[in-house]
Design a protein around this ligand. Structure first.
Ligand code: PLP
Length: 386
């Protein structure tokens, strides 16, 4: 049976060129970038080249990029690092109710250190309203952290407006850009950002490699002490193969972005149109227009999402319900609750996230598979009236 992968928000396969670029750094180029001999210099140059490639993707300076182990660590570093370093100025943080756990749990942990956190609500489409941000700002607000695009429903936030407000009020502005880096254009300057988190494995790079952009001059303290690598921001010998892979992935993403996002958008339209037209009592979660080109999040009444996933898996289609991180818990998705879905409605959700290898034929096959699975499940469903 052929297998179709449509869960790219959970992780992506390595691009073949990325793997190729990484291989020498697992074998003959094993130097430690801190060493002064030729082995070390070779590794240092590779890390610096990757830094330039990641910076270019965000319109940042290479000196503003710090390598980490991924999105989770970048979020931890940005939020804890900025909060702790600036706590004399204030102890109030603003974020949203739909963030990834890598932000939500960090904020929760900071409340145990005496910080106060405001969680902004979102609209039915998953948008943060600028008025709500304005209202939440206090004298002692030191940081606003609003994700760029949501990993479950794909809604893209109005960062430029929020960035302008943060700039006027002299509040640091961080975004979790793990779902947007490499998928839609990001310009940290026009968005008014002070910090931006990204992760390699969400953009056809390796797992365990990520980066934090931190604007020059932003006051932050490291959360990991040691030998002072990454200019004191992130101690620990650099993951050279991972960093090289991340750099190459960033470069490829930038080169392909215009063409690839257009292609994703058209596949999204194709699937969305077909499913909503042919499957009764179905809807799309998230914003109809301001959404990632690759994200579809459907709701199906009288359906239990986990069962739908298993049916699809049996037909070779890999998708998800809620998010990969919460799929092992039975609690309703905090994102779908935040946009106002009832627990029953949110349990009938299906997230399809498209990627580089997906074709029109695969989309058509997946549509059919969803149709058949929903039909079969509804025939058996006890949730259905009559
Ligand atoms: C995947 C993801 C993360 C975590 O990144 P890792 O590299 O897996 O730690 C953080 N935020 C968002 C929005 C994500 O989708």
């Amino acid at each position: 049976m052929k297998r179709i992968y449509m869960d790219h928000a959970a992780t992506t396969p390595l691009a073949p060129e990325v793997l190729e670029a990484m291989i020498p750094y697992f074998s003959k180029r094993y130097g430690n970038p801190s060493s002064l001999h030729s082995f070390g210099r070779e590794a240092r140059e590779a890390v610096d080249d990757a830094r330039t490639e990641v910076a270019a993707l965000l319109n940042a300076e290479p000196s503003e990029i710090y390598f980490t182990s991924g999105g989770t660590e970048s979020d931890n570093l940005a939020i804890k690092g900025i909060a702790r370093k600036n706590k004399k100025k204030g102890r109030h943080i603003i974020t949203t109710s739909i963030e990834h756990p890598a932000v939500l749990e960090v904020c929760k942990a900071l409340t145990r250190e005496g910080f106060e956190v405001t969680y902004l609500p979102v609209t039915r489409e998953g948008l943060v309203e600028i008025g709500a941000v304005e209202e939440a700002v206090r004298e002692d607000t030191i940081l606003i952290s609003v994700m760029h695009a949501n990993n479950e429903i794909g809604t893209i936030q109005p960062l430029e407006e929020i960035g302008r407000l943060a700039g006027e009020k002299e509040i640091y502005f961080h975004t979790d850009g793990v779902q947007t880096a490499g998928k839609i254009p990001v310009d940290v300057n026009s968005l008014g950002l002070d910090a931006f988190s990204l992760s390699g494995h969400k953009l056809y790079g390796p797992k365990g490699a990520g980066a934090l952009y931190k604007r020059k001059g932003v006051r932050i303290e490291s959360i990991q002490q040691g030998g002072g690598h990454e200019r004191g921001m992130r101690s620990g010998t650099e993951n050279v193969p991972g960093i090289v892979g991340l750099g190459r992935a960033a470069r490829i993403a930038e080169e392909n972005m215009a063409v690839e996002s257009e292609r994703m958008r058209s596949l999204q339209d194709r699937m969305r149109g077909w499913v909503l037209k042919n499957i009764e009592e179905s809807w799309l979660n998230g914003h109809p227009v301001k959404r990632l080109p690759s994200n579809l999040n459907f709701g199906f009444r009288y359906i239990e999402g986990e069962s739908l996933l298993l049916y699809l898996d049996a037909k070779g289609v890999a998708a998800s319900t809620g998010s990969a991180c919460s799929s092992k818990k039975l609690a309703a998705s905090h994102v779908l609750s935040a946009i106002g879905l009832s627990p029953v409605e949110s349990h009938g959700s299906l997230r399809i996230t498209l990627g580089m290898a997906n074709t029109e034929e695969e989309v058509d096959y997946a549509c059919r598979a969803i149709f058949d699975s929903v039909k079969r499940l509804r025939e058996m469903s006890a949730m259905r009236p009559e």
